[in-house]
Every structure is written in C-alpha cells, then in structure tokens.
Ligand binder design. Structure first.
Ligand code: TXA
Ligand code: MG
Length: 348
C-alpha cells in the first residue's frame, strides 16, 4: 500500500479524500496537540482491527475515541456523570482523556473488550476538522509502532507507518509532545490512569478530589500491581540505545554523566546525553541533545520523544539523561522517561 502524505493547510482536496477514506474504514494518521494519532473509524470493528495490525499492538490494549463536539459524548457513552461534563467544560478541547461506560454502538474491538471507552476532544484544528468530516468518532492510538516513542512529527509517523496506512495528514510539529492525561470516571473517586500535561492539582481545581492509580506511581514500579490503563503495563517509548537516568543535585549529575560517557568512549561505545539548556555546555560528549530550559517544562516534553528518535538515528548504544521530576508536570515527563529506561536509574 502506498502511504500518501497530505499537507493539511495546502492540499484541501486531498485532505477531504483522507477524511472520506477514514470514514469508509481506512487508516489516516493525523496531528493532535499531544502526539500524532493513528486514526480509524471508531464505530467500525474492522478499522480498529486494522489499527492493531498496523501498530503491531496487542488487541487487549484499548483505543481512545476522539470526538469534535461535546454533544456527541452521550452517543458513545452511557450514564455520563456530571464530573465528565465539568471536566469537558474546563479542559476540552485539550489534553484530557476520560474513561466512561460505553454505549452499544462502540464495538469491543475498539475498547479491547472492555465495557468502558476512553474519549478525548483534541485541541488541534486539523484534528477537529478531520474528525468532523470522518463522521465524528475517530479511534486513535499514538501513531508509532508499538513500543517506540510516540511521534511528534509527520516524519516520525512516516518512518514507522509507511506502507501500512493510507494517509498521513501533516500538520507540522505537535505542541505538547507527550500523551494526554487519562482519568477514569467509572471508579468512585476520579482516578488518573496516565499522568500528562493536565495534573492532579488542575483536576482538583474543578473536582472535589482525584487520585492516582497506585500501579502507575514510581515508588510502586516493579511491584505486582496491575495498571488499570492496559497500555501502561507494556514497555514503552523505548529508544534502541540503553537509557539510564541520573538523579541528584545538578552538579553531581553532570559529573557522574561525564564519567560514564568517558568510560563508554574508552570502550568505543557511541553514547548520547539528554541535557538541558542550563547544563548542555558542561558535557564532554559529541552527542548531547538539550530538551530546552528547565524554566519551561512544556519545551522539555515537546522535545523528549524527538530526542529519543534522534539517538536512534545516530545509532548510539548508551544514553544518559538528567532527571526532570521537580513538580507534577515534571513527573509526567519522568513517567515516560522511566518507562523508556526500563526504570534504570542511578542516584548520585
Ligand atoms: O494524547 C493522546 O492520548 C494520544 C493522542 C493521539 O490523542 N493518544 C494515545 O493513545 O496516547 P494510546 O493508544 O497510545 O494510549 C491510550 C491509553 C492506553 O494506555 C490504553 O490502555 C488506555 O489509554 N485506555 C484506552 N481505553 C481505556 C479504557 N477504556 N480503560 C482504561 N484505559 C484505557
Ligand atoms: Mg501510545
């Protein structure tokens, strides 16, 4: 199959053709503000099956249904609770996915056999227009091959998905760069199943209370808790090189990473470093990528997956990263980084 790339802002006829293809059961990748999604018609069981095949993803890992109009929420969900409308009012369109009870029109192929469905309205004009033209309900996981870092550019999608899907709608680089926050509203207390740009604190500004799914908290890594978002149990976001995170006070971290790099270079191992603008000059290594300044966490998240893919292109064998977990959004970045590292971390 040929994979056509469509410039969302210039090729309007082709954009309409992509939307039609999506509506009729084809697969179309598209930009959202978090990461690129791999879209199929959420109400068509065959489309969902094709998504799993294209990604090489286990079919018990449910898809997020993307909508473009809050009025359609009660078509795919039953018993929509008041918290859902409160959160939608405050955070949609935006980086929040809500898990609710599904209605009968949502096939089990889309929800991985669950009676609940995850729903999000993305904050991206191209995505909203595509969803609208494609019939209003687009199932979309991140548009990477299962286990790879999520794509933040159309080029990343092309590298992973060429020959596997009909279209890629190119809307430029995404803004946020890590996936949406997922909150489960079917449990008694709204529960965060995956951290993201929207933090627990932000949720608690409009809800009485919210909590984290214990299985996703860092201190419980490796214990036998099963995360409620099935996707969180898989190794994820992983680059080809072996990634280790180095935590501690900034100066000691730089020293430690320099020593590790030096040892690797002696052995002839190509090594990369994930740094920040504050430290980038201090590394004695040829392959240093700064994610940006620590003063702006959104820049850090925006550049993270691209950096991991860049290190794959450079074919580095080892990667060392600084720690970013100073606040709640930093924790969301660390959640991805730790999974990419298989929780390998050195404290100095
Ligand atoms: O930002 C995002 O959420 C991106 C963009 C494309 O919207 N999408 C995304 O999808 O990250 P994906 O498939 O890579 O991650 C979806 C996560 C998985 O961990 C999955 O297990 C969880 O959502 N999930 C989906 N439906 C669920 C449900 N009914 N109950 C619990 N978890 C669910
Ligand atoms: Mg994903």
């Amino acid at each position: 199959m040929e994979t056509k790339i469509v410039d969302a802002n210039k090729e309007l006829l082709e954009f309409d053709a992509a939307a039609k293809c999506l509506k009729e059961g084809g697969l179309v990748a598209f930009p959202t503000e978090t990461v690129y999604g791999l879209g199929g018609n959420a109400l068509n069981p065959n489309s969902s099956k094709k998504i799993y095949e294209a990604k090489g993803r286990p079919s018990d890992n449910p898809l997020i249904v993307h909508i473009c109009d809050i009025k359609t929420l009660d078509k795919i969900c039953k018993e929509v609770c008041k918290e859902a409308y409160i959160l939608a009012e405050r955070f949609w369109p935006g980086q929040l996915t809500m898990v609710l009870n599904k209605s009968d029109i949502v096939p089990y192929e889309t929800t991985g056999g669950l009676d609940t469905v995850a729903v999000r309205m993305p904050d991206n004009k191209v995505a909203l227009a595509l969803i609208d033209k494609a019939g209003g309900f687009v199932a979309a996981p991140s548009a990477n091959v299962s286990g790879k870092p999520s794509p933040t550019k159309a080029e990343h999608v092309y590298n992973d998905m060429k020959g596997r899907i009909e279209y890629i709608v190119d809307g430029g680089e995404v803004g946020i760069g890590i996936e949406s926050t997922i909150v489960d509203l079917t449990s008694k207390v709204p529960t965060i199943l995956r951290p993201g740009y929207i933090t627990k604190q932000m949720l608690e500004e409009v809800l009485e209370t919210a909590r984290y799914d214990k299985a996703i908290l860092e201190e419980n890594a490796g214990k036998d808790l099963v995360p409620k978002a099935p996707g969180m149990k898989y190794k994820h976001y992983a680059p080809n090189g072996e990634l280790t995170i180095v935590s501690g006070n900034p100066e000691t971290v730089v020293d430690k990473i320099n020593t590790l790099v030096e040892n690797n270079i002696k052995c002839g191992y190509k090594t990369g470093v994930i740094a920040t603008d504050e430290t980038v000059q201090q590394y004695r290594c040829n392959n240093v990528i700064s994610l940006g300044t620590r003063k702006d966490k959104q820049t850090l998240s925006h550049n993270l997956y691209n950096a991991l893919r860049e290190f794959d292109n450079m074919e580095v064998l080892y990667i060392y990263s600084e720690d970013f977990g100073e606040d709640e959004f930093g924790q969301a970045i660390m959640n991805r980084l730790l999974k990419a590292a298989g929780y390998k971390r050195i404290e100095v």
